[in-house]
Write a protein that binds this ligand. Structure first.
Ligand SMILES: Nc1ncnc2c1ncn2[C@@H]1O[C@H](COP(=O)(O)OP(=O)(O)O)[C@@H](O)[C@H]1O
Ligand SMILES: [Mg+2]
Length: 282
């Protein structure tokens, strides 16, 4: 018998509906409330779960309730389903925006991303503990360092979540760094590397928050190829890829890929214009 998962909410009429399906001896149906879904993306392994049940326990997933603002989460689950041989209906949740979707997509492409967790406050608290008590809690749709917090206690984590109820967050392990790279990648070719650093004044290196920036010429080939692969995995042709080098392991990690990166504003407009000209003349 096929194991079917219904994702909706625990509203009484849904519970009744699932009960009525289960009365049929040929059906085996479980219900997950989408508020309780947890997603983890760790070195080479990802997992979608609810309590102690895993998405892998099912053959077929039926999404019967999905609020618009969480379509990016359902799209992320869809990516997982696709790569794990699960059939999900509807399989065309098409919201490829946000950092959670990006992390799952890059992980599926075999590229390095920070350990990333999405889910209930309890789940995130456990994840924080697992990562040694320190992590970066950031909005899936934040920009320019907004709604991005360095958390170092369960209390702080809970407080930020409670104060931002309408924001979808991910929690990541904090990568030790002295700055990060913004790679301008046009049509999957790296054209320009900008190194940005807060100089230790903030855990965020965004120049919009006062971080310094410099152009770097002799960038590691590995970093360039990683940024190009990331843009390709996300199918973003004009990309600003943020990459960080872990000072402990020396490994590179992709933090995010910005669509429509600023060409005509921000730092190094002349250099960015040159890069664009070089591409257009080709
Ligand atoms: N996992 C992480 N470890 C260490 N620093 C991080 C991590 N995630 C983000 N940061 C810092 O926060 C900054 C902003 O995060 P980012 O994911 O690029 O979001 P955005 O720039 O869209 O606000 C990064 O440039 C980096 O300095
Ligand atoms: Mg960024």
């Amino acid at each position: 018998m096929k194991n079917t998962l219904v994702i909706a909410s625990h509203k009484p009429h849904i519970l009744e509906f699932v009960d009525s399906l289960n009365k049929d001896a040929d059906l085996s149906v479980r219900l997950w409330d989408y508020h309780e879904i947890n997603i983890e993306i760790e070195k080479g392994v990802s997992r979608v779960s609810c309590g102690d049940e895993s998405l892998d326990d099912f053959d077929e997933i039926l999404v019967l309730a999905a609020p618009d603002h969480l379509h990016h989460v359902f799209s992320t689950i869809g990516l997982y389903a696709e790569t794990h041989g699960l059939s999900m209906h509807d399989h065309t949740f098409g919201d490829a925006s946000g950092k959670l979707y990006q992390m799952m997509n890059l992980q599926n492409a075999g590229l390095n991303v920070p350990d990333t967790f999405y889910g209930t406050p309890e789940f995130l608290e456990k994840a924080l503990f697992k990562m040694g008590g320190v992590g970066v809690l950031k909005s899936t749709h934040g920009t320019k360092g907004n709604q991005n917090y360095l958390v170092n206690s369960p209390l702080m984590l809970r407080q930020i979540l409670a104060e931002n109820e309408n924001t979808t967050f991910i929690l990541q392990n904090f990568i030790k760094n002295d700055g990060d790279y913004r790679e301008i990648v046009i049509n999957y070719t790296a054209f320009l590397s900008i190194f940005r650093s807060s100089g230790g004044k903030d855990h965020r290196n965004n120049t919009s928050l006062g971080g310094s920036a410099k152009i770097v010429e002799d960038v590691d080939e590995e970093l360039l190829r990683l940024a190009e692969s990331a843009a390709r995995a996300m199918k973003i042709e004009f990309a600003g890829v943020d990459v960080m080098k872990d000072q402990d392991s020396g490994e590179y990690y992709i933090l995010e890929i910005n669509r429509t990166p600023q060409f005509a504003s921000g730092s190094f407009v002349d250099e960015k214009t040159e890069a664009l000209k070089k591409y257009l003349k080709n």
